[in-house]
Write a protein that binds this ligand. Sequence first.
Ligand SMILES: *Cc1c(COP(=O)(O)O)cnc(C)c1O
Length: 416
Amino acid sequence: MNYSNIQTEDPALYEILKREEQRQKEGIELIASENYVSRAVLEAMGSVLTNKYSEGYPGKRYYGGNAIVDEAENLAIARAKELFGAEHVNVQPLSGSPANLAVYMALLNPGDKVLGFSLDQGGHLSHGHPLNFSGKLYTIIPYFLHKEDEVIDMDEVEAIAVREKPKMILAGFSAYSRSLDWQRFRAIADKVGAFLFADIAHIAGLIAGKQLENPVPICDVVSTTTHKTLRGPRGAMIMCKEQFAAAINKTVFPGVQGGPHDHITAAKAVAYGEALKPEFQDYAKQVIKNAQALAAALQQKGYRIVSGGTENHLMLVDSFGSKGITGKEAETALDKAGISINKNMIPYDPRKPLDPSGIRIGTPALTTRGCREADMQAVADLMDEALASRTDETRLAAIKEKVKTFSLRFPVPGIE
Ligand SMILES: *Cc1c(COP(=O)(O)O)cnc(C)c1O
């Protein structure tokens, strides 16, 4: 992207874009939900498909002129089916939260009971936060981690399900470093007659890259964002068994949304095409290897990793428990050093959400830039140095220079 037209027609925005490009190039990106898309995905997002209105679905639109858009949407659907072995796919959800709203609306009535992973232990806002539609419209019953090993206690999930008889069980997370036992969730859902809904927003790329077990054949409905490990445009999709296809399509449109974003649909098709290539499996494998190398390097330096390690792309670091550094202090210091992370509650956190005990970090973005295990040692060194120097602005500025030198060795795909 050279932005030459923005440069001449809108210098103010051009300058903002250039500074953000520079930030992305010079910083270490460890936010577990972020990634860098390819140039091809960027080009699709910047295409003229944004000019089109196509309410409805391929072959059944409420506007004319959609024959070509239909081809783009059908391409995205066919590739998603191939990638995940899905019976039915809806690629129109604008993002993860509206996708989840559509799933709730398709399977439940307001007030129905939903079993979901406790938000302060790793669940997502759309899994029952009191200010989110999910918490306002549905009766959310949380399940928790086992306090000792910090792994989801499936026996407790079963006991709660038997006691509460939820209409839907939601399996998925934004901050959990262990694999989910999909078959056990299936067995529990069957035992109590609940729908099983998996939200794989964080791990979709690791599943598509064949490194984690695929829940799509096991669950009734699966939603995912497309912009995290899957490395596509910001957006989402819903996959389901054929029996739920009509209900899901109806709640996405006209239930929740109007016209789909066809340029984003096209970019999803491009990203799914990339994920179908064998190289994407190497990428997914390296993401996990890097996360495990980073966890080990931080543990070596005395940081406690929640649950003792990671089986996916992310981990929670108990910075307060191991070093007396709160999540907020860590986020601020690392930010000053050019390292992006987010503060995060740890399970059974004694502290408050705005200044919790930990941070969440992940390796999808750095792995896209080509970092490998040895580079994770360097990242851990830089993090530890910044955290140890958290009250020393001069030191933090010097570390930021080192972070820049490190980062510039690894090109960002969309930036010259
Ligand atoms: C990121 C995420 C979402 C929501 O995605 P948005 O696109 O930000 O709305 C939903 N569920 C889970 C588990 C997520 O991690």
